[in-house]
Each structure stands twice: as C-alpha cells, then as structure tokens.
Ligand binder design. Structure first.
Ligand SMILES: Nc1nc2c(c(=O)[nH]1)N[C@H]1C(S)=C(S)[C@@H](COP(=O)(O)OP(=O)(O)OC[C@H]3O[C@@H](n4cnc5c(=O)[nH]c(N)nc54)[C@H](O)[C@@H]3O)O[C@H]1N2
Ligand SMILES: Nc1nc2c(c(=O)[nH]1)N[C@H]1C(S)=C(S)[C@@H](COP(=O)(O)OP(=O)(O)OC[C@H]3O[C@@H](n4cnc5c(=O)[nH]c(N)nc54)[C@H](O)[C@@H]3O)O[C@H]1N2
Ligand code: SF4
Ligand SMILES: [Mo]
Length: 713
C-alpha cells in the first residue's frame, strides 16, 4: 500500500464525524436475509455500507438486491406528504385533509352503492401485523367483502394445492438445512439462482454430496446450469411431464407402496389414470424425448430421499392448481415427505409472501388461515374483533376479478396498500381501464408508482428501514424486523395509516394500537387454534429464538419439518388427485405462432417501483428485453439488440431483442419489471385457473416483429 493511500485513508477517517449502525432485514424476497446498514456522515455527505448478519437462513449471505436496498429507501423520490390530485396535478395536503377526503368519498360511495362498492387491495411486502390489520380494516372498518392482494398472482396455485393435498399451506415442508441431505432434487419452474440467490449454496452442497438435480424450464438459467438434467419443456406442459414421470415410476415399481397405503388416499384413481397415459403422447406434448422423461422418472424414483421445488414457472398457469397437485403426487407416490431430506416446497416469492397469505388479505380468508365461509371460524374472529358475527362480510372475489368488477363499475373506489397492479396485472389494458373508471382511488406507497399516477389520493408509507414488524419467510420461520430509523417527513407506517383511516370512518374503537407489537398480540389471539397458529410466538421470544409456525403455545418452538407422522387433513392422510395432460388455455395459431413466457432478472424486483430507483441495480438492466432463439429471430427478421414489438390478442409491448441459443425455438421470454410500452402485461393472458384464480402469466400466444424492418430484400 502506498503511503499516499494511507494518508488519504487516515484523512478520510478523521473527516468522518459520525457513524450509525442500523440492524435491518432485506425488503425483497422470501429468504429475508438480515443485514447491518452503516451510515457514515462527513459534513453533509453520507456514505453507506451494508454488512450481512449471520442469524438467518442465508447464513450471512446477501445478494445484490439486498446490498443495495437502502438506495431506494433513502431515495429523494420518496413521497413525504399526503398528496391529492387537483386538476390533474398532485398537491401536498395535511393528514387531516387526506383523512377527511377518504371519509367523505368512501361514505358517499358506500351510501349510494352499498358497502361492497369500496374495495381493498394489499400486498406481500406488508408485515404480518399490517396484512392482518388490512383484512380487519376491510371487514370491520369498511364492512366490504372486496379485499384481495397481489399474492393471488403469486402463491395462490401452490397454496390451494397444498391445502387440498396436505390440509396445510406452508412454503417449504422442511428447513433449508435439510436440502443437502436429499439425493435427488427436482426444480420445476423455479429460478432460485436469480430469485432467491442466497439459497443456492444449499443446493450446491446437495450436489457436492452427490445429489442428482433435475431442472424443468423452457430456457436455460443460472439455476438450470446447476442441474445434471435440464428438461426444456414446452411452456405450460408440466402437468403432462409429471404424468410421464409418474407412469415410469409406477411401471418400474419405484413407488412406495407402504407409504401410499398408510399415509395417502386417492392413489387407485391416480394409478387408473396413469394406466391410460401414453409416453409417446407425453413426449409429443412436452416437446421432450421419451428416453429423457424415462431417465428423469427413474432418477427421481430410485433414491430414498428426494425433494421437489416448484415456483411460478409451473404455478402461474391457467391450470396451476392441478399442475402443483401432480408434483405433489410425485412426492407422495414415492413417499418423499415427512422425513429428513425429503419433502415439497413452493418457493415463496415476496418478503412476506408467506405471512401475507395467512392472516386475512385474501378474499375468502380470516386470520390464522381461517375460512370466511365457516360459521365456527366466523364466530371466533367476530368475538376477537368484538363485533356480531352477522356484521362480518362474506367472501369476495380474486384480484383479477376485482379489476373486472371495477371495469364494470360494480366497485367504484379502491384502497391499495403495497402493490402496483397497473404493471403486475395480466392484460394490463383492462387494469388501466378499471383503475381509470374508479370514482376514487387511494394508493398507499413509498413512491409515485405507475398505479399511483392514476390515484386521487396518495398516502406516504414507511420503508423497511423505518417499519417494525414480523415477517414469515419461505420456511414458515417468523422473524422480527426492527425499525432502523424514524420516518422521514410526514410519512407514517401502514398500520398507523389504517388506524387513522378507521378513526376517520368512526371505527376507532376497533383500531386502537400504539405500536406494531399490540397488533401482533391481537393477531396471536386471532390465529390461535387456526392452521397458521402464531399464539406461542411473542416479540420477546423472536428476539431470542428461532421460531416457526404452527406454534400453539409458549412451550413450543414451532415446527421446522412438517408432516412427520400425519398430514393436516381430518383423517391425517394426504390426498392424491389424477391430473389430466393439461394444455394452456391459449394456444398458438398462424397469427400468433410463438409461446411467450415471463419472469424475472436478478437485479430487479417485481414491478420495479423500488429497484428502478436504485442506481446500482437499475444500471445492471436498464430496460426490458425479449429472449429469442437466433433461428426464430431470423425467421421473423429480428436482429440481435434491436427493438421489437411483441403482440398478442390483447395488446402490444416493445423491448430489445436478445438472442439466446438456449431458449426453445418456439418460445420467447420477457421479464416484467418495466411499465408503459415495455410492460409485458400489455400482452399476457388473463384467463384464470378455475380453482385458485391464478392468471396464466406464464404462457400466451404472440407474434414478434421488428420495430424497424432491417432485412434486405
Ligand atoms: N431478482 C428477483 N428475485 C425475486 C423476485 C423478483 O422480481 N426479482 N420476485 C420474488 C417473487 S414475488 C417471486 S413470486 C419469486 C419468483 O421466482 P421464480 O418463480 O423462480 O421466478 P420466475 O422468473 O417468475 O419463473 C421461474 C422460471 O420459470 C420458467 N418458466 C416459464 N414458463 C414455464 C413453464 O411453463 N414451465 C416451467 N417448468 N418453467 C417455466 C421461467 O423461464 C423462469 O426461469 O421470486 C422472488 N424473488
Ligand atoms: N407477467 C408477469 N406478471 C406478474 C408476474 C410474472 O411472473 N409475470 N408475477 C406476479 C407476482 S409473483 C407478483 S408477487 C406480483 C407483484 O406485483 P406488485 O405488487 O405490483 O409488485 P411490487 O413491485 O412489489 O409493488 C409493490 C408496490 O408497493 C410499494 N411498496 C413496497 N413495500 C411497501 C410497503 O411496505 N408498504 C406500502 N404501502 N407500499 C409498499 C412499492 O413501492 C410498489 O409500488 O406481480 C405479478 N405479475
Ligand atoms: S433479495 Fe432475497 S436473497 Fe437477496 S438479500 Fe434480499 S432477502 Fe436475501
Ligand atoms: Mo410473487
């Protein structure tokens, strides 16, 4: 080291006037890595450094999103005051003015059109306390049945499949530490390397221990590169592929008869169904050679400890529920659950994608995974909330169906907290029409998002650095995120905003809390005896212990591995279901000859509202792109790196063509982190899965054309 460098360094150190250290937790994905944010102030210059903390599942690792998360939270574009739209422009107003505006608008609309004319729309970034309170706010504060959330677009297929097959829906049935024990791992439509990067070492460790890894994805990703076998399936054809693998397993007697007999029901019907399955037909439907399907079936069926992980690639389908059921059939038929190194996982998406779906943001759900249609459950929650059971509204509709009701004028006002549906809704054209038709749109956000631009009122909410609360990670592990700094400007926490609005609506008696912990203590009671039981979890315990749900009592630490002895269904058995060879609802045609699938890149998060405001992250990928096989590109006159249009029956988007030798020739891939003309959801398919109402984000039929035709005739 040169002396001038040391002098410079010493000089810098002397200049540093103050330093503060904030312990926090990443706001992005479901791993929930913990970290320290160091702030160094020199004069009015501030510098930040991020250090990982070891205490969570990622064992001291952080990905680039976590390392740069503070950049959006500290961004100058944070909304710092309530803002109301006057003559098309947002103007700053006081909280009291904002609250009285909401009260007047919502009351007028509800008096004229009934309580259900106001809808509530939540998100999986909210803490457990806030997700719980949002559900209570809809049912008690507004007395509307219309509440749903962005998790409908995320976890709903896996959630309904696990509920029906196991009687319980929790992301992973095992702790991450068990992954290295597995001898075979099937990764279906999951890109862990880019979406939960800090978990990848668990899979590497499994591989080092000799595990055989199979990946199913129509394109090559950093995750499929880890696999020993990559099945480049035709988009939307996973259910058929699993039928092929199951048939191979049964034909070769690789199934676990004893497990099937003792711990499952419905096997005979599955067996009967598989006897009619034809492997040649499966090969044709999936676009995979028969021998490869056989190889995959034998590899999975031959080991004594195997794990299956699914994510949005197989779940965001118009038959996502049954596709997941078939992957669960595979786990059950081979007896791979309820023991170390064997199990199933739906790799959860958002930071609180798990907790956010347990406590009442869903149209049909009450806290603790209780059902809004079950009289006993309704009675219990009504007692906790101090209202008559009759006052509890019934079941509402799913997120996309809410958009349809807004477009039809049946829902006239919407309160959005923690979502940017103008970008994230399939067939975004309908979402835009729906949101523009509202008589009153209130958006609670940190930024002026694309959806916020359409709002009548914007309310400024706190970021992860400011907001204390609990979040539940993909393993069902409950974590307490502390507040690292106080709210800037007139910003309030989401829970404070809900209490304030409830007060303005005259419902303050049901919403008097002085801190997040008060809400958590009510949530504990509301979830008590439910499937997602948090009763035994307290802030004090969370500061000291590693805790999972279900946790029914103080003496309990929660369950890391589920279903050791029995499943959560009434008879204790898991349920198998025959699944047909589903094909996507929208098929390719002469006019729209290619499949389009959508997903993510490492450096951006969801609608991009946060990561596009982080210079370090947005510089890594400044615009959208269309992955296209060079052969397909030539056929459609697309040059590498030039702008292309992608059209479907619903609309058009524009992005830069990017050649990719590894993607299927009949398939395009586009990430969904950008809005406006780069919004891939202008194009995506809005058909819904009949069971869980998940939209088919992952397959639609499109055509591609150059924006400027550069071909020489
Ligand atoms: N960097 C980053 N990380 C994230 C997020 C983010 O936005 N950015 N979002 C978080 C959230 S909310 C979620 S839900 C998760 C999502 O995590 P993932 O589900 O892993 O991510 P996706 O990219 O949506 O889809 C995964 C893979 O499915 C493949 N795929 C597409 N169609 C099909 C198909 O028909 N069959 C099969 N087998 N595969 C298919 C895609 O090519 C893609 O590689 O990530 C979380 N983590
Ligand atoms: N084509 C396509 N579309 C998809 C998907 C896909 O794979 N393909 N995936 C779907 C999935 S899995 C998901 S999860 C959805 C996500 O879709 P969105 O919910 O629209 O995505 P986010 O970007 O998380 O939007 C969150 C908004 O809330 C703000 N926000 C963040 N944290 C907080 C908070 O704590 N409080 C408040 N009040 N605001 C907050 C952010 O600034 C942002 O504006 O998109 C879905 N859409
Ligand atoms: S985005 Fe996910 S993996 Fe990356 S640091 Fe945040 S929580 Fe960890
Ligand atoms: Mo998600």
């Amino acid at each position: 080291m040169t002396s001038s460098f040391l002098e410079h360094f010493r000089h810098q150190q002397q200049d540093t006037e103050t330093e503060s250290v904030m312990d926090t937790q990443c706001p992005f994905c479901s791993v929930q890595c913990t970290m320290q944010l160091l702030e160094q102030r020199t004069g009015d210059r501030k510098k930040y450094k991020v250090l990982p903390l070891k205490e969570t599942v990622s064992e001291g690792r952080l990905c680039i999103k976590g390392r740069n998360a503070h950049q959006h939270a500290l961004h100058k574009e944070r909304i710092l005051h309530p803002m109301k739209k006057v003559n098309g422009q947002f103007v700053e107003i006081t909280w009291e003015e904002a609250l009285s505006f909401i009260n007047k608008q919502f009351r007028t609309i509800q008096e004229q059109y009934g309580p259900d004319a106001v809808g509530v729309y939540g998100g999986g970034s909210l803490t457990n306390e806030e997700a719980y309170l949002l559900g209570k706010f809809a049912r008690v504060g507004l007395q509307t049945k219309h509440i749903d959330y962005n998790g409908r677009y995320c976890m709903s297929a896996a959630a309904s499949a696990m509920n029906e097959a196991f009687g319980l829906d929790r992301g992973l049935t095992n702790e991450m530490e068990e992954i290295p024990l597995a001898e075979c791992i099937l990764l279906a439509g999951t890109n862990i390397a880019e979406c939960q990067p800090t978990l990848l070492p668990y899979f590497r460790k499994a591989k080092d221990n000799g595990a055989f890894i199979i990946a199913i994805d129509p394109r090559e990703t950093l995750t499929t590169k880890l696999a020993d076998l990559h099945l480049k399936v035709k988009p939307g054809m996973d259910a058929a592929l699993v039928n092929g693998m199951l048939k191979v397993i049964l034909d070769r007697n690789l199934h676990d008869e004893q497990f099937i007999k003792e711990r499952t029901e419905g096997f005979e019907q599955v067996q009967q169904h598989l006897s009619e399955v034809n492997l040649e037909e499966i090969a044709d439907l999936t676009g995979l050679p028969r021998e490869i399907i056989e190889y995959a079936g034998v590899a999975f069926g031959s080991v004594s400890r195997a794990m299956v992980f699914t994510a949005r690639g197989v779940e965001q389908q118009t038959h996502g529920h049954e596709t997941v059921r078939n992957f669960i059939n595979l786990v059950l038929a081979t007896g791979n659950i309820g023991k170390p190194g064997a199990g199933y996982g739906a790799v959860t998406g958002q930071g609180n994608g798990q907790g956010g779906r347990e406590h009442g943001q869903k149209a049909d759900q009450l806290p603790g995974y209780r059902s809004i249609e079950n009289p006993e459950h309704r009675n219990y929650i009504a007692r906790v909330w101090g209202i008559p059971e009759k006052a509890l509204p019934g079941k509402g509709v799913s997120a996309y169906e809410m958009m349809e009701k807004m477009a039809d004028g049946e829902i006239s006002a919407l309160f959005i907290m923690g979502s940017n549906p103008l970008i994230s809704t399939p067939n975004a054209n309908l979402a835009e029409h729906a949101l523009r038709r509202l008589k009153c749109l209130v958006v609670v956000d940190m930024f002026l998002s694309e959806t916020g631009e359409l709002a009548d009122l914007l309310l400024p909410s706190s970021s992860y650095l400011e907001d204390e609360g609990t979040l539940t990670n993909l393993e069902g592990r409950v974590t307490l995120r502390r507040a690292a700094r106080s709210c800037p400007g007139k910003v309030k926490h989401d829970w404070e905003i809900l209490c304030d609005v409830a007060r303005a609506l005259g419902k303050e008696t049901y919403f008097s809390y002085s801190k997040a912990e008060d809400i958590f203590n009510e949530l504990r009671l509301a979830s008590k005896g439910g499937k997602a039981d948090y009763f035994g979890i307290t802030y004090t315990r969370l500061k000291e212990e590693r805790m999972y749900w279900p946790c029914p009592s103080m003496g309990h630490r929660g369950e890391g591995r589920l279903f050791d002895g029995s499943f959560a269904r009434t008879n204790g058995k898991a349920k198998m279901l025959p699944v047909i060879n589903h094909v996507p609802m929208e098929q390719t045609s002469d006019r729209y000859p290619l499949h389009l699938t959508t997903g993510r890149v490492m450096s951006h998060y969801l609608s991009g509202a946060q990561t596009r405001r982080s210079p370090a992250l947005s510089a890594r990928q400044i615009e959208s792109f269309v992955k296209i096989h060079p052969k397909t590109a030539h056929a459609f006159g697309i040059k590498d790196g030039t702008m292309v249009y992608v059209d479907s029956q619903r609309g058009r988007m524009k992005a830069r063509g990017a050649y990719d030798e590894s993607i299927r020739e009949d398939t395009l891939f586009i990430p969904f982190h950008w809005g406006g003309e780069q919004n891939v959801n202008n194009v995506t398919y809005d058909g819904l899965d009949p069971v869980c109402k998940m939209p088919g984000f992952k397959v639609c039929a499109v055509k591609v054309s150059p924006v400027i035709d550069l071909t020489i005739n």
